[in-house]
Write a protein that binds this ligand. Structure first.
Ligand code: PHE
Length: 449
């Protein structure tokens, strides 16, 4: 099967695409809003802990499975453990990816609205209150959020239908470096705000009394979501890796750059939240209310604002492409569907659920399940439950079940083998640390005991 599959052309392509999947709304929209809701520093600390203690080893585990099998998630487990129940990860991944694609496209649609708003200078509204009201009236208008969600999904469809290397790789190579530069500029700008110190204190000073079970669950969910982890996305991507790609190094680079972007987003948002006298716990709309206030106080605000939202839109696209690739590779390789048809099916499912999520801020805001709107339910279910469950199964599989010779082969890459101590620590984390930690967070965070 491997011979027929596409492969990423260059090492930069590998990094840029993997980071392209990881970096997106999860860092720039979800991280600040979750940190705002869960007490700032305490949340960041928990998130960091999960990223490096569980995240990096599980990334390695996905890479090992993906590159070794050169297959989609379902096929990978069928090859490695035929006839066994491990393949359930495949189904969890496909379900999670479709749930995420649905609500993610809504927020990506907001970025499109904000590109439009930026170009039209927010209709001349520049006060913080005015910008708040503008977000609310947009979200409640129903048709506009739905329209942008559909447009976003069409863009996603268009790129996916063009295939793996050409579309994705080219875009990521240019985009990711640009995003870094612009975030850096905004971070410096925020550091010069009058209440910067308060914002930084909120973000970086952990108040340990705030580390509650729900912060632990939220931090774990954020780590998995932000790293695109636990749903087989990285299995699918690494199935396109070459034999020479150093897996552990790529895992660290991905986690490091992804964390850096989240922290930069926090450094941009929180000084502004305090400077403009806003509430950090505003929820999903936080970033979309704060950013325009920042831009409207900058010289050349229209240009900055447009540029930023265009980049955010593109960063979201590289992420949705990666999550769509999970189900598309599955439909193509398991059902022999043509790529176009598989892409259309992926689009159709996201269209239905995405529309429902888009309406969660308008006419369907009263429709709740367990107290959550569909938008929040999809987010909670996928990030806090499905991804960690997927991650737990993957780590147990690679730690305990997978043939040692596969590990040796994949970690002892042809160019430069991974140092023994590092390889041993990763396997230790996969065997013990990750499954136990995830299990404990579930027990306490979900109030099972
Ligand atoms: N990691 C992406 C982000 O931070 C979201 C994502 C989740 C992408 C799961 C793929 C799979 O925006």
């Amino acid at each position: 099967m491997r011979e027929n599959r596409a492969q990423f052309a260059t090492r930069l392509g590998v990094i840029a695409t993997t980071v392209g999947s990881a970096v997106g709304l999860g860092n720039i929209w979800r991280f600040p809003y979750e940190a705002g809701v869960h007490g700032g520093g305490a949340f960041l600390l928990v998130d960091l802990l999960f990223i490096f203690v569980i995240g990096v080893p599980v990334i390695c585990a996905e890479f090992i499975i993906g590159r070794h099998t050169g297959s989609n998630v379902r096929g990978a487990f069928r090859q490695l453990a035929p006839g066994k129940a491990w393949g359930i990860v495949g189904y969890i991944g496909i379900a999670a990816s479709l749930l995420i694609l649905s609500f993610y496209s809504v927020v990506a649609g907001w970025t499109l609205e904000y590109i439009y708003q930026s170009v039209t200078d927010f209709s001349g509204v520049h006060t913080t209150q005015g910008l708040h009201d503008q977000f609310d009236s947009f979200a409640q208008s129903n048709w506009r959020p739905v329209m942008w969600t559909v447009i976003f999904l069409l863009c996603n469809y268009w790129i996916l239908a063009r295939g793996v290397r050409k579309g994705i790789e080219k875009m990521s190579n240019i985009l990711m470096p640009m995003l870094f530069v612009i975030l850096l500029i905004f971070a410096v700008n925020s550091l010069m705000m009058p209440e910067a110190a308060k914002g930084l204190e909120f973000l970086f000073k952990p108040d340990f009394s705030k580390v509650t079970p729900s912060v632990l669950l939220g931090g774990m969910g954020q780590a998995f979501f932000s790293l695109s982890l636990g749903l087989g996305c990285l299995i699918t991507y690494s199935s396109y890796f070459k034999k020479e790609t150093p897996l552990v190094k790529t895992a660290f680079t991905t986690a490091g750059l992804d964390t850096l972007v989240s922290i930069m987003a926090g450094v941009i948002i929180f000084p502004a939240v305090f400077t403009y006298g806003q509430e950090p716990a505003a929820g999903p709309k936080l970033v979309f209310e704060i950013l325009p206030s920042i831009f409207s106080n900058l010289a050349g605000g229209v240009v900055w604002s447009t540029l930023f939202f265009v980049l955010l839109f593109l960063a979201s696209l590289t992420s949705t492409i990666s999550m769509s690739e999970i189900s598309i590779a599955y439909f193509v390789e398991e059902y022999g569907m043509a790529r176009k048809k598989a892409t259309t099916l992926n689009f159709a499912i996201a269209l239905v659920f995405g529309t429902l999520c888009a309406l969660s801020f308008g006419c369907m805001s009263g429709f709740t399940i367990c107290g959550l709107t569909l938008f929040n339910l999809f987010d909670y279910l996928s990030s806090n439950i499905l991804l960690p469950v997927g991650g737990m199964i993957i780590s147990i599989f690679v730690g305990w079940v997978l043939d040692r010779s596969v590990l040796r082969q994949e970690l002892g890459a042809p160019v430069k083998p991974v140092p023994r101590l590092i390889a041993k620590s990763i396997v230790f984390c996969l065997k013990f640390v990750a499954p136990v930690c995830i299990g404990l967070v579930f027990i306490f965070g979900l109030g099972i005991i």
